[in-house]
Design a protein. Structure first.
Length: 73
């Protein structure tokens, strides 16, 4: 496979986040061919425990994206 050179240093943080989101969305459409590594299950269990005891909170994805964009712009 040929490497793609995107000159990432020339992109703004907001542009990089948009690019990451587009790549992630494309990968998610191919989810049947992707397998999560074993360590993901442990991370998810740790996060569920943190949420259960009140050491973590959750956000709606659109709200989270807006917060991230505000913090990096």
């Amino acid at each position: 496979m040929e490497r793609v050179d995107l000159h990432l240093s020339k992109l703004t943080v907001a542009q990089k986040l948009d690019l990451m989101e587009a790549i992630w969305d494309d990968l998610a459409r191919q989810d049947k061919t992707l397998e999560a590594p074993d360590w993901h299950e442990e991370v998810l269990k740790d996060r569920e425990k943190a949420l259960a005891v009140g050491n973590a909170t959750i956000s709606d994805w659109d709200e989270a994206k807006d917060r991230i964009k505000r913090n990096v712009s």
